[in-house]
Design a binder for this molecule. Structure first.
Ligand code: SF4
Length: 376
């Protein structure tokens, strides 16, 4: 049985005091690598990405413990500019303030590791380091939840990230966890995301709870329960438990989980449904194309000029016909379709087919999707 630490905070400044209760057990002289979730250029208060204020307090704490060598490392998602993600999240500023290097893992030196599907290229810098994972607590349109195990996808090269999506995410995420596991995890549910996470299609929740521990699977299981989700429903977590890679049960130090939990909305792609778009997302699609569409629709709804140009055609189609919004690997044109918006590189093979508006990019920008809606 694992042992975890759970804390409900009133204010983010209490995070610093809570760190004193956590058993880091960092070997003397060992370098420490922090792996936040900076998947998208967004502020830390959005719930979408790690909170630089927490990371700052952690750095101060680690320095007080005598840690001399601290690095922050993250590989933002496909189609995201890492520099923009680092600056927008506040981690660029954090790195400069505390003189702690901030590494883009997409460019990191790697070494090949054999795994169930050939070889995987893993970053060398984790080999001899004490690795602290700093995931967010969110629901996810592909994997139901995204917590510590799923946050490890940021360790991968772009090519391996794509392979993960092509393989349906769950199995590769569990297999990755067999190869590399954090020494310690601090799961941030101070601000969380429910519904169509992990990006802005989801809704921010001020849960104000943090979970930590040295058994990442026990932390993830507690994270699921905090959202009112059985950990066995998240296939990658169930797979890791079946592989014997940790415990789903744990002794909890601190606040009672039942007192901190809240029933989270599950992912449903509500925005697209609301507009009557038939959301044809394949199981191999990643979260970014759907997130871009939602961003485009939201920005159109806020701007009256865009509203007339891009949302009206969608609504007209909705009344007089049907629009299929298609994305993800192995996408096909649905039966009885009339107009199809095929999104992203994954659907390039549908370009030029009758009735198809193809939008290039991986993912396309929200603006490109707004332009596509206007062509309906
Ligand atoms: S095209 Fe879209 S769904 Fe496909 S990998 Fe790129 S972002 Fe993900």
């Amino acid at each position: 049985m694992g042992e975890i630490y759970l804390k409900k905070l009133k204010d983010i400044s209490q995070f610093s005091g809570w760190l004193n209760e956590l058993p880091f057990n960092i070997p003397l002289g060992k370098p420490v690598v922090l792996k936040p979730n900076l998947v998208f250029p967004a502020p830390g208060t959005s719930g979408v990405v790690s909170d630089a204020r927490q990371a700052g307090m952690l750095i101060v704490h680690l320095k007080a413990l005598g840690v001399k060598d601290i690095t922050i490392a993250e590989g933002p998602g496909l189609g995201v500019d890492p520099l923009e993600a680092f600056e927008r999240t506040g981690f660029g500023e954090l790195s400069r303030k505390y003189n702690v290097p901030l590494i883009d893992l997409n460019q990191a030196r790697r070494h090949p590791v054999k795994w169930y599907d050939g070889e995987l290229q893993l970053p060398l810098m984790f080999t001899d380091a004490y690795y602290i994972n700093l995931p967010k607590l969110k629901t996810h349109i592909n994997t139901l939840v995204t917590l510590g195990m799923k946050n490890q996808k940021g360790l991968l090269s772009y090519a391996d990230k794509k392979r993960f999506h092509q393989s349906g995410l769950h199995r590769p995420v569990a297999e990755l966890y067999q190869l590399i596991r954090p020494d310690f995890t601090i799961l941030d549910g101070f601000t969380a995301i429910e519904g169509d996470g992990p990006l802005f299609a989801g809704k921010k929740v001020e849960l104000k709870v943090l979970v930590a521990g040295a058994d990442p699977l026990a932390v993830d299981a507690a994270g699921c329960r905090l959202m009112g989700i059985d950990p066995l429903e998240a296939e990658h977590i169930k797979l890791a438990a079946d592989m014997g890679l940790g415990s789903l049960e744990s002794k909890i130090n601190g606040d009672r989980l039942e007192d901190c939990a809240r029933k989270f909305k599950r992912p449903e792609m509500e925005m697209l449904k609301m507009l009557g778009l038939h959301n044809q997302r394949t199981p191999l699609a990643c979260s970014l194309c759907g997130g871009s569409a939602r961003e485009g629709l939201v920005s159109s709804a806020r701007d009256p000029r865009k509203w007339a140009a891009s949302l009206m055609p969608v609504l007209r189609r909705m009344v007089f016909g049907r629009v299929d919004f298609v994305y993800g690997q192995q996408a096909s044109i649905p039966k009885n379709s009339q107009r199809v918006i095929a999104v992203g590189e994954c659907t390039r093979h549908l370009q030029g087919r009758p009735g198809v508006i193809w939008v290039e990019g991986c993912p396309p920008s929200p603006e490109m999707l707004v332009e596509a809606f206007a062509k309906l």
